[in-house]
Write a protein that binds this ligand. Structure first.
Ligand code: CAA
Length: 437
């Protein structure tokens, strides 16, 4: 591997909707054995958005927490790239909305990257190259993965939904993860395994075929990376995969383990021991949240930092990113020397505290209301804010309208109080109550 300036992820922050449905509830309501979802797919719960949340508000929440926590001067952010499958406009990128909501400086490049679940990895690599080119200017890039995974009600994909965003600060003091400088191990194939036409709010998928495409891309990129990076299986302390549902990571690990066992003529540690050690520890947050498409790989990384902290000091991790359609990449990186400090700092723990559980009828009702909110003319009155969050207020004259308010007094550098993007709030009401009214 090349020795060049260290560059990678300096900070990471996660935003997750406060509502969820247990997969057992979904299974029972649709006449399916809950064990199919719990064991067959490996999931437990999935996050559900309210009509006041969308990929923009999730992205802005994650990015604001990132800037607050890592005391980043908004004027020092020179690039914002958002990787998403669930863009809200065919022309205006989510990154432009986020730039406005966070009151970033005008001298900043903003754009979205789209390739299903691979978008954020493309963004990460681009931001890394940009950072290396701008060394010495002390400017940071922010990469945000934000998505709402939605399939039709009653479809096989329904238990693999979820929602959330992961924001990452990219720079040359990568305390979270230094990305290794190795030749690209990427793979593209024009396939129809999963897609979403512009006129649809739910994804189309050729489910079983999508698994085949994922595994084929994994084999190609893994073999390439092993050949070109000089790294081998024993170099990885953990292996993280794109997680459309946790059992997929298990299948991915199984494939790599078989490849390695063949290469070692069977003289290789057993599958179960290796899996429990190398991949299972990264999946707990994905089990709670479900698929967040472009962010799911990075949710695993944040989950791992939260749960294992100091045990991962300077450890090398392998990453497999897959986006249907398809484009995939295998890469690696080293966790920083003080990994113990990340426990409790990624935002996952707070996000998972005090979540509100939905029954099946409430879940269906929220879906219907969420669809209605994205139609032109849905805007009725200013959303009341509780002073800490970004909310989607509806569409007026074909314009999406967002409300935001200053972070709490305790919040630090973002004291440049994000004001109401359009209009003023009319009253204060608990967001949790609004969600069910
Ligand atoms: N108890 C325990 N396990 C059970 C069970 C029961 N009662 N009933 C079934 N199962 C098991 C099955 O044996 C199967 O396990 P294996 O895969 O290990 O054989 C598992 O549950 C799934 O059951 P089915 O094979 O019957 O599959 P399904 O028709 O329910 O569809 C799916 C599964 C294809 C993953 C579907 O959920 C889907 O289409 N999901 C969306 C697409 C997707 O996530 N693709 C992943 C690759 S593409 C990608 O990664 C991009 C992205 O984010 C979308």
């Amino acid at each position: 591997m090349n020795q060049e300036t260290r560059c990678g992820i300096e900070g990471i922050s996660v935003a997750i909707p406060k509502h969820f449905i247990d997969l057992g509830t979904l299974a029972k309501a649709t006449g399916i054995d809950p064990e199919k979802f719990y064991k067959g797919l490996g999931g437990r719960r999935m996050a559900v958005v309210t009509p006041l949340e969308d990929p923009v508000t999730l992205a802005a929440e994650a990015a604001r927490t990132l800037l607050d926590r890592y005391r980043v001067d908004p004027a020092g952010v020179g690039m914002v790239i958002v990787g998403s499958e669930s863009g809200v406009d065919a022309a205006k990128p989510i990154a432009a909305y986020v730039h406005g909501m966070l009151k970033l400086a005008p001298q900043c490049r903003t754009f979205d990257t789209q390739h299903a679940c691979y978008g954020a990895t493309a963004a990460l690599q681009m931001a890394r190259n940009w950072t290396l080119r701008h060394q010495g200017e002390c400017r940071k890039a922010v990469v945000i993965a934000t998505d709402i995974a939605r399939y039709d009600v009653g479809s096989a994909g329904e238990p693999t939904q979820g929602a959330g965003a992961v924001a990452m600060l990219i720079g040359t003091e990568p305390e979270v993860l230094t990305i290794d400088s190795a030749p690209d191990a990427v793979y593209t194939e024009d396939v129809m395994d999963f897609w979403r036409p512009h006129y649809q709010s739910t994804a189309m998928v050729d489910g079983k075929y999508s698994l085949e495409c994922y595994l084929r891309a994994l084999e190609h990129t893994y073999r390439t990376y092993q050949r070109t990076s000089g790294l081998s299986w024993d170099d990885y302390r953990r292996l993280l995969f794109h997680v459309p549902f946790p059992k997929m990571a298990y299948k991915a690990f199984k494939l790599l383990h078989e490849l390695e066992a063949d290469r070692h003529n069977g003289d290789f540690p057993s599958f179960e021991d290796s899996y429990d050690r190398l991949s299972e520890p990264a999946l707990w947050a994905n089990r709670e949240v479900g698929n967040i498409y472009s962010g799911s790989l990075y949710l695993s990384l944040a989950g791992l930092l939260e749960s294992e902290g100091a045990e991962l000091e300077s450890a090398r991790l392998g990453f497999f990113s897959y986006g249907s359609g398809c484009c995939a990449e295998f890469f690696s990186g080293r966790i920083g020397p003080d990994s113990g400090i990340w426990r409790g700092r990624t935002g996952i723990s707070e996000a998972l505290e005090d979540r509100v559980e939905l029954d099946y009828e409430q879940y269906i009702e929220l879906r219907t209301k969420t669809d209605a909110m994205s139609r032109n003319g849905s805007f009725r009155e200013r959303v009341r804010t509780n002073g800490e969050h970004f909310w989607f207020c509806g569409v007026d004259d074909h314009r999406r309208i967002y409300a935001s308010a200053s972070s709490s007094a305790a919040a630090k550098p973002l004291a440049t109080a994000p004001s109401i993007v359009a209009g003023s709030p009319v009253a204060v009401q608990s967001p949790a109550m609004q969600r069910f009214s």
